[in-house]
Design a protein around this ligand. Structure first.
Ligand code: DX5
Ligand code: ZN
Length: 220
């Protein structure tokens, strides 16, 4: 597996300076940018639509990693790929048609991700693991930045890492919520390949420096 990736989440960015903030973390070495899409129904908060994904796309050469926290993701996935998403992650809880949603992303030409909320049984992610590019373990209840990391995510990552080993596939394991310089290394040690970090990066006065600090916490 490649070195641990920190994916800064623009949910916590200063949106009036979005392009500049994305450029700052890219200059510091970021290779992924995470974009949280919330519809006010699946989660009790509203954030971005495809136009902001397009703005991020135009601002960076990083992989644009879109996390859909919306109902009926199978209906909207293509619009996010068309807007410039490189990967699109859907929530298993958001639709009875999980497989259809995954195929909509695949058919549109993006990397396919599947996410689970903290207490959703892990079985769906285990069953789907090798059909995915990205398996996302939520370490907070989705909807807001700045929440505390739920340590039960660590055991879930360890379990997925074991399933991946047994099946011999290369799906990346991602964790999202409450990642900071204290939780990043334990998440990496439990098996996370990609760590999403919102407030720990863009909540800092110098997002580039904050990215570098987090990257150091998981390197070596
Ligand atoms: C939460 C989002 C996260 C959020 C993480 O629902 O999915 O990506 O930006 O924010 P922090 O890192 O502040 O917990
Ligand atoms: Zn997210």
């Amino acid at each position: 597996m490649p070195a641990t990736i920190i994916a800064p989440s623009v949910l916590s960015a200063d949106l009036g300076r979005l392009a500049e903030q994305v450029a700052a973390v890219e200059a510091a070495g970021a290779t992924w940018i995470h974009v949280d899409v919330m519809d006010g129904h699946f989660v009790p908060n509203l954030s971005f639509g495809p136009s902001v994904v397009g703005a991020v796309r135009r601002a960076t050469r990083c992989l644009v990693d879109v996390h859909l926290m919306i109902e009926a993701p199978e209906r909207w996935a293509t619009a996010y790929v068309d807007a410039g998403a490189d990967s699109v992650t859907v929530h298993a809880e958001a639709t009875p048609h999980v497989h259809r949603a995954l195929m909509a992303v695949r058919d549109a030409g993006a990397k396919v991700g599947l996410a689970l909320n903290p207490l959703t049984p892990l079985a769906v992610l285990e069953d789907a693991l090798c059909e995915l590019d990205l398996a996302l373990v939520m370490s907070v209840d989705p909807g807001f930045g700045g929440q505390r990391f739920l340590p039960a995510a660590l055991g879930r990552l360890e379990r997925l890492r074991e399933v991946r080993r047994l099946r011999g596939c290369r799906t990346l394991l991602q964790v999202d919520g409450g990642i900071d310089s204290g939780t990043a290394a334990p998440a990496r040690d439990a098996g996370a390949d990609v760590l999403v970090a919102g407030s720990a990066v863009f909540g800092a006065s110098d997002p580039g420096a904050a990215y570098t600090e987090l990257q150091r916490a998981v390197t070596g």
